[in-house]
Design a protein around this ligand. Structure first.
Ligand SMILES: NC(=O)C1=CN([C@@H]2O[C@H](COP(=O)(O)OP(=O)(O)OC[C@H]3O[C@@H](n4cnc5c(N)ncnc54)[C@H](O)[C@@H]3O)[C@@H](O)[C@H]2O)C=CC1
Ligand SMILES: CC(=O)C(=O)O
Length: 328
């Protein structure tokens, strides 16, 4: 019996989108990839360019420049379209213009008859994931934001440099807003199974607990540092999005820090926010409830409250909804 081919539709082939398409092709993850962008020439040019790499790709794939009708048969629609931060701008500053863009995009995707999984990366990602869920009418498990997947990868990298251990043996999460109010979950961070606190105590000559603050600042502010230098960040998030795509298409039950719908856990209601979650072919099947310490709980609640307050104007304007109303 022939296995059904899987299809990813990518909306937005700018820096993040085209890097994602390139990484997806190189890792041989999707059978079909359709590229869609308001700037049609860019999407068409990318499709042509990527097709010229097929001879060197791990498997034969189909890539084309398409339209919203192609989303009907897509397993996943990845959205990386919209404005990015200019130097000095925060992610939250992008809310108004990107919500307007998302309304058009998500409604166009849904008109095609799409019934797959949305993966959202555009900023502010937590709020735009919420808006995608509302605009689409799909169940919460089928709408996923990249959340703190990139921040978690940045934290693992910084810790791996500090402790001189392979990044893949460092386990630590960033939770909360993908943005300035995010938090490191030190209480569950470990290197090769040994907690970061124990590891620091094991080598007091080399390590100091106060260095963790500097490590976190580097993670939280990484996007600003990169944007100052080259105008955008795209490779890290592109690889994070491929990781998420693979978790869905390969039904992995992978634990990733994504922007998931939280309604009751972590003391938060009716919000998309960065949390560890189990991801498989159905999307997000479980938000993992960690035992955060008091300081972490406080920071998570504060981050959630910042997101709620920030999203108030778009909830009112587009959905006539009061974000403080709580549980649905
Ligand atoms: N979640 C994360 O961790 C990260 C998120 N981002 C975000 O990703 C988004 C994209 O960033 P870049 O790729 O650097 O921007 P970019 O400006 O290079 O690309 C944006 C693309 O969106 C397209 N677009 C705009 N309106 C559209 C519409 N209505 N329909 C279809 N396509 C449309 C543009 O033509 C352009 O090709 C930004 O919001 C950025 O902040 C960036 C890095 C990391
Ligand atoms: C731009 C952005 O969201 C990031 O690199 O984290």
């Amino acid at each position: 019996m022939m296995e059904r081919v899987n299809r990813v539709a990518l909306i937005g082939t700018g820096s993040v989108g085209s890097s994602y398409a390139f990484a997806l092709l190189n890792q041989g993850v999707a059978d079909e990839l359709v590229l869609i962008d308001l700037h049609k020439d860019k999407a068409e040019g990318d499709a042509m360019d990527l097709n010229h790499g097929l001879a060197f790709a791990p498997a034969n794939k189909k890539i084309w420049f398409g339209s919203y009708e192609d989303c009907e048969l897509a397993d996943i629609v990845v959205i990386t379209a919209g404005a990015n931060q200019k130097p000095g701008e925060t992610r939250l500053d992008l809310l108004e213009k990107n919500t307007a863009i998302f309304k058009t995009i998500v409604e166009s995707v849904m008109r095609s008859g799409f019934d797959g999984i949305f993966i959202v990366a555009t900023n502010p990602v937590d709020i735009l994931t919420y808006m995608t869920w509302e605009f689409s009418g799909l169940p919460v498990n089928k709408v996923i934001g990249s959340g703190t997947i990139l921040d978690t990868a940045r934290l693992r990298f910084q810790l791996s440099e500090y402790f001189n251990v392979d990044t893949r043996n460092v386990h630590a999460y960033i939770m909360g807003e993908h943005g300035d109010s995010e938090l490191p979950v030190w209480s569950h961070a470990n290197v090769g199974g040994r907690s970061v606190f124990d590891r620091i105590q094991d080598h007091p000559d080399k390590y100091d607990i106060t260095d963790l603050d500097t490590i976190f600042e580097q993670v939280r502010d990484a996007a600003y540092h990169i944007i100052e230098r080259k105008g955008a960040t795209h490779y890290g998030i592109a690889m994070g999005l491929v990781r998420l795509t693979k978790a869905v298409l390969h039904n992995e039950n992978a634990v990733l820090t994504i922007s998931g719908y939280v309604n009751g856990s972590y003391g938060v209601d009716d919000l998309y926010i960065g949390v560890p979650a189990i991801v498989n072919r159905k999307g997000v099947t479980e938000i993992i409830q960690l035992d955060l310490n008091e300081e972490e709980k406080g920071k998570f609640t504060e981050s959630a409250s910042i997101l709620k307050t920030t999203m108030e104007p778009v909830l009112k304007k587009y959905l006539n909804k009061d974000p403080q109303a709580g549980k649905k």
